[in-house]
Design a protein around this ligand. Structure first.
Ligand SMILES: CC(C)(COP(=O)(O)OP(=O)(O)OC[C@H]1O[C@@H](n2cnc3c(N)ncnc32)[C@H](O)[C@@H]1OP(=O)(O)O)[C@@H](O)C(=O)NCCC(=O)NCCS
Length: 211
């Protein structure tokens, strides 16, 4: 299956051999939507948290955007049941990753480069409080600059939302870096609203919609 997005761009299900591309796209968009390469000393870890496990655990809800000239230039990744996804990722993905990545300890002042990611791998923050239960699916979307601003993000996220909706999932949420005002605007254009609730972590931003 490949969906024609126009302008030579297509969307298709992500495969096992997309893991390098997923990690690269996650890194190049990982600093509130901008390139995080200069910040990270390990180029894979950010993707190992936010992108790769979705393809591994939820292949039916993981899609790549590609172009004959640009190659893989975006993804939209989802988990239909956040509670289940967090439990599987803990038991499989993170357990394996922890054997390869050392915990830098709790003192943030000592952290350098990708230490924030190493810490998170050992101490994941699974945010799924009661206020999010009405929005049980969640997703991540990232496009490289060559694919941005062409309506592809809208089509790709709507496609994933339709996949969720056909499985009668009632709602979905997205965690957004509060500094990423462009992404917030994008989600609002798609009908998402900012969720305000006491049980969300301080300083976090979650956008939600019914499906
Ligand atoms: C955010 C992102 C997914 C949007 O996808 P896109 O294909 O570029 O957006 P679209 O072309 O479909 O835009 C749809 C609408 O959102 C708005 N929008 C998209 N990106 C925006 C931005 N950075 N700032 C302000 N508005 C933006 C568009 O103006 C458009 O509104 P309009 O209909 O009024 O013209 C994409 O730009 C991206 O991946 N950016 C870098 C990574 C990132 O920030 N990911 C989100 C992490 S939470």
């Amino acid at each position: 299956m490949a969906l024609d997005l126009g302008g030579g761009f297509t969307l298709r299900q992500a495969r096992d051999d997309d893991q390098d591309a997923l990690a690269m796209i996650c890194l190049k968009t990982g600093d509130a939507g901008k390139d995080a390469s200069a910040r990270e000393d390990d180029p894979i870890l950010i993707g190992a948290i936010y992108a790769l496990p979705y393809q591994a655990i939820e292949p039916l809800f993981s899609f790549m955007i590609e172009h004959p000239d640009h190659g893989a230039c975006g993804y939209v990744l989802g988990a239909p049941n956040t509670q289940r996804f967090y439990s599987v990722i803990e038991e499989t993905w993170y357990k394996a990753l922890r054997t390869k990545v050392a915990d830098p300890g709790p003192d943030m002042r000592q952290w350098r480069g990708s230490d924030w990611a190493r810490r998170l791998i050992h101490h994941p923050r699974y945010v799924f409080p009661k206020s999010l239960h009405a929005y049980p699916a969640h997703a991540h979307i990232d496009l490289l600059p060559a694919a941005q601003g062409k309506g592809l993000g809208t089509t790709a996220l709507r496609f994933l939302m339709a996949q969720f909706a056909t499985r009668r999932i009632e709602g979905m949420h997205l965690g957004v870096d509060p500094k990423n005002t462009g992404a917030t605007r994008f989600y609002e254009r798609l009908g998402f609203e900012r969720l305000v609730a006491d049980d969300l972590p301080a300083g976090s931003l979650y956008m939600v919609t019914k499906l």
